[in-house]
Design a binder for this molecule. Sequence first.
Ligand SMILES: [Zn+2]
Length: 406
Amino acid sequence: MRTLFSGGTLYTGHTEAPAPGDILVEDGRITAVGSGLDADEVIDCTGRWISPGFFDAHVHVAFDSPSMTSNLESPFSLQFYRAAANLKRTLDIGVTSVRDAAGADLGIKTAVDTGLIPGPRMQISISLLSQTGGHGDSHTACGVDVPLMVPHPGRPRGVVDGVDEVRRMVRTLIREGADVIKVATTGGVLSPRDDPRHAHFRDAEIAVMVEEAAAAGLAVMAHAQGTEGVKAAIRNGVRSIEHGIFLDDEAIEMMLDRGTWLVPTLHAPRSLLAAIDAGVPYPPAVVDKAHMVFEAHRDSVRRAHEAGVAIAMGTDCGVGPHGTNLDELAFMTECGMSDLDALHATTGSAAALLGVADDRGLIAPGQRADLVVLDGTPGEVTDLTPRVRGVYQDGRLVSDGPQPAA
Ligand SMILES: [Zn+2]
């Protein structure tokens, strides 16, 4: 069966402007791109534009706008049903591939892979490696643990100290099915007991994570906000800096030298500030940090982009609402990226970061037919979500676009 996506304008996943073209799909793969192609079935895309399926390189599908109260009140297994709903919401807006930055386990990924639930293709990190007192240490001032991600047999507690514990934890996560290793090399905003400007883990610990991950063919992604923790991650071979709130010129230079990606997640601080404004009860330390990082973050992303650092789109959704992921593209344009830069970050560049560029992320012969069909001006990224009209995985229609809230 040969299917032709006909009459549309194609954004191919690079930084070239969209242009008219047809896509021929056979057995789930793109076999030709051009005009005058012969097919058994035609999907009329006249007046619409087509992009490679979108990527979100930083999501948390297993949690929703976490707060201390909701953590305490949610039944343990509710997260798995929520994950199914969150994955569907993410797929409905055209995101056909995600990298989960902690929370999702092998069961959730397998449910998608086997077709039990609809969702984007997943790379999972399972748990966050954090030092004692770090971003993943959920020990509270009253003396008890209130974890965002309650440990279970497939999701170990990722708090580790010293080279040996780090090595064992990376091996454990690989055993549990991790596709990527996630570390926090600085404090964070949502964790009340640390500071995003402080560096976490010493060089020897980060180096051993990268070494153990590389031995299994995996990369390391680093939650890194403060400058020293960013530099430690880059210096020791981490593949992507997540958030990158306080980047100085030296950090940017190091990223260019090492080919390190930046995954900005501009969505996260905005969502957090919106939730605070809406009255969600965060600890005062979290509220102060959210305000502190906002402008510094935008400035860092702007300077990194100007310098030519590779950027992949990531949102941290789970901190903000799932299904609003595409707002990130407009936020990226506010930091000086063009619409095409933002689209590239969400397709070809993200695919390269995830190591799947020969499989998806582009509209080109040989690529998987993961596609999004949209209304409106081709390549224009403001208000993308309501313009999604069709989402395809392996050439099969999996969604007609975002569904109205129930
Ligand atoms: Zn995150």
